[in-house]
Ligand binder design. Structure first.
Ligand code: DOR
Ligand code: ZN
Length: 429
């Protein structure tokens, strides 16, 4: 008998099909067989019936920006620990960034990440490859071979590609493989040795700042390159009002430009750095309230294409260094959904259909994977969420190896009850 799983009575939210209503989802042999009202008709013949009454049933959530630190920094995170954290957080697909040690820059590196992901049997693990060798911004990496091996895009994330001629070459090259080029927009000459947003706060704290222009100058430059090449381009973790305006204009001009926003740029501001707590040190830095408001407006307006955690685990011992020297990054994968609910659903920036779209179908489109929907025949990746369950974020309960999370002790709503990957229950509460 076929392997069958019935999820009944849930509120099924499938933005790709404009669906938001109470019904059932039948998964057969790892794929979505049908979404509809079965009225108990198939219940007797299926292997497992999951009663999702009062719960949300969504396509498996997708996070296109995580750092799983493998190879090289396995004490911070591994593909196994990150994947376990991912499914506990409702993510059925993640995209690992290539700023590992060494960087993911060859066909073998991409295959390594994929193989580790498959062996772990938790979430689907994808990766992006580096744009340039060693992420040094000089010579292009083996983009073609990496694309063939399944890399879902290219980025030197953690660092922007500084040289415009190199970036232009990368875009032209990527065109041949139909894979997105993503950018950590930050012009080093503006950013200097900054460790937080440049402004009143950084002056008072006596810390070197990263001006908003560092992000905006590179994003502006890249948009000019996209105008010339018409290659799919993705601005990672945008954080400023000026970036929102640049994206708005680019989209008005129908350029193939997409962008993502992180939970921290929606919930935290530069003022959080006032106690020199390095858990708030992140790159791009936390900005001002006006920037937070602009990002939320951009999301409400439909200018943002994905919500991405930028889960960046770091060792406690490194985060305990002084603000100037501690590494940038926030580990947030395991509380990401609750944070998005707090930032976007509770203040009514988005409704559930809108939120789920930015966590499923829309990011899937950016990285070109045939996922993010419950259409018939698609892989059976499903997340079941209790939208009203309140819980307290406790870093000590994280499956991630790292604890550098400024949300420790926060109360959020929205608990992942079950995560199904390819028709298999890979996490349940
Ligand atoms: O805060 C950050 N941490 N920003 C990045 O771009 C890189 C990341 C990391 O790898 O830790
Ligand atoms: Zn990143």
């Amino acid at each position: 008998m076929a392997n069958q799983l019935l999820i009944k009575n849930g509120r099924v939210i499938d933005p790709a099909n404009d669906l938001d209503r109470k019904c059932d989802v039948l998964i057969v042999d790892g794929a979505v067989a049908e979404v509809g009202d079965f009225n108990g008709a198939v219940e007797k013949s299926v292997e497992r019936v999951i009663d999702a009454a009062g719960k949300l049933v969504t396509p498996g959530l997708i996070d296109i920006h995580v750092h799983f630190r493998e190879p090289g920094d396995e004490e911070e995170e591994t593909i196994a620990s990150g994947s376990a954290a991912a499914v506990a957080a409702g993510f059925t697909s993640v995209v690992c960034m290539p700023n590992t040690n060494p960087a993911i820059e060859s066909e073998t590196d991409v295959e390594y990440v994929h193989r580790k992901g498959r062996q772990t049997r938790k979430t689907h693990v994808y990766c992006m490859g580096a744009v340039t060798k060693k992420r040094e911004g000089v010579e292009l990496a083996e983009m073609g071979l990496m694309a063939e091996a399944g890399a879902r895009g290219f980025t030197d994330d953690g660092h922007g590609v500084q040289d415009p001629a190199v970036m232009l070459r990368a875009l032209k090259y990527a065109k041949m493989f139909d894979v997105v080029v993503a950018q950590h927009c930050q012009d080093d000459s503006f950013a200097g040795s900054g460790v937080m947003n440049a402004g009143y706060c950084s002056t008072i704290l006596g810390l070197p700042g990263i001006d908003a222009l560092a992000e905006e100058a590179m994003l502006w430059r890249d948009i000019q390159l996209v105008k010339k090449t018409q290659v799919q381009y993705h601005a990672q973790h945008i954080s400023t009002t000026g970036s929102v305006e640049l994206i708005r204009q680019a989209k008005k001009g129908s350029l193939p430009v997409t962008c993502e926003v992180t939970p921290h740029h929606l919930l935290l501001t530069e003022q959080c750095c006032a106690d020199y707590d390095t858990n708030y040190k992140v790159n791009p830095p936390l900005r001002g309230q006006k920037d937070v408001d602009a990002l939320k407006e951009a999301i409400a307006e439909g200018l943002v294409d994905a919500l991405a955690s930028d889960h960046a685990p770091h060792l406690q011992s490194e985060k305990e260094l002084e603000f100037l020297t501690a590494p940038f990054g926030i580990a947030s994968l395991e509380c990401a959904l609750g944070l998005y609910i707090k930032a976007l659903i509770e203040p009514k920036v988005l409704d559930w259909l809108g939120l789920v779209r930015l966590m499923t179908a829309s990011p899937a489109r950016i990285i070109g994977i045939d996922k993010g929907t419950l259409s018939r025949g698609k892989q059976g990746d499903v997340t079941i969420i209790d939208p009203d369950a309140e819980w307290k974020i406790d870093v000590n309960e994280f499956l991630s190896k790292s604890r550098n999370c400024p949300y420790h002790g926060w109360t959020v709503k929205g608990k992942v009850e079950m995560t199904i990957v390819g028709g298999e229950v890979r996490y349940e509460i």
